[in-house]
Design a protein. Structure first.
Length: 267
């Protein structure tokens, strides 16, 4: 669910999801232990932390003072999976949930009210989990979007079929909309204001015993040194699932999987 949209009290919102509907607008992690999670990501990604509006056990991760991601240590308490989840901006949470259901998706949580907005946690028809957010975006959201600290990629059974699902839910093909969809080789690429904000690729196996090769959204974080992040992750109790020159797939101490990508290759 959308635990912790970082909208600090007393600040004016510059944007709402009505302005950027259909685009990824946030990433959030559910974990079990907040202290261990903070220590791990501080070491691996250099994050600093501030409280979230919802209080304990929620936190906002910062890089150079810019919000990067949200963390909520509620996996055990709320019986939720430990995982990174991308959130998409919508004009109406109720309408987005209905559209997903009409296209074979399911709603796990919500829509529920989390002032200053509403959120829901959904799964597409191949089982990949994603969130939606309706409402205000935090005041420096444009800085977050421009710096692109996070990038998302859907590993799915059929990229073109998935694009039809998400396009129908999020109005990607609507004339004058904020997102553009292009088919590039075997991938579907989503752009917002000319920047690549998501990719969809085929090849995941629905019934695979390994969840890392079943349909899922993978969150990527841009870093300066991929190999250094991988070494630090192992030193702090995480694991390295794959390591290349420009990208590494890592698992944190709780088991949540994420990717670090060399900044020059991000997106």
């Amino acid at each position: 669910m959308k635990h912790d949209m970082p909208f600090p009290a007393g600040e004016e919102s510059l944007l709402s999801t009505h302005s950027v509907y259909g685009a990824p607008c946030w990433v959030s992690l559910t974990s079990r232990d907040l202290k261990i999670t903070e220590e791990f990501y501080s070491a691996v990604l250099g994050w600093r932390w501030r409280p979230a509006k919802l209080g304990e056990p929620f936190r906002i991760a910062l890089v150079d003072g810019v919000p990067v991601a949200g963390v909520a240590a509620v996996a055990a308490m709320w019986q939720m999976a430990v995982a990174w989840t991308p959130y998409f901006a919508v004009r109406s949470a109720d309408e987005a949930v209905s559209r997903a259901a009409e296209r074979g998706g399911t709603a796990a949580v919500g829509p529920i009210s989390l002032p200053p907005g509403r959120a829901a946690l959904l799964a597409d028809r191949d089982g990949a989990t994603f969130g939606i957010w309706e409402g205000e975006l935090f005041s420096d959201w444009e800085t977050w979007r421009a710096s692109r600290p996070a990038f998302i990629r859907l590993h799915t059974r059929d990229a073109f079929d998935a694009a039809m699902f998400y396009g129908g839910v999020f109005d990607w093909a609507e004339p004058g909309g904020c997102c553009e969809v292009q088919y590039e080789g075997d991938e579907v690429v989503l752009r917002n204001q000319g920047d690549v904000v998501a990719r969809i690729e085929s090849g995941a196996l629905e019934a695979a015993p390994d969840p890392s090769i079943r349909p899922h959204w993978q969150v990527h974080f841009a870093v300066e040194d991929v190999a250094a992040c991988a070494r630090t992750a192992e030193r702090h109790g995480g694991s390295v699932l794959s390591l290349g020159d420009d990208e590494a797939v890592l698992r944190d101490t709780d088991g949540a999987q994420f990717t670090v990508t060399a900044r020059r290759f991000g997106g």
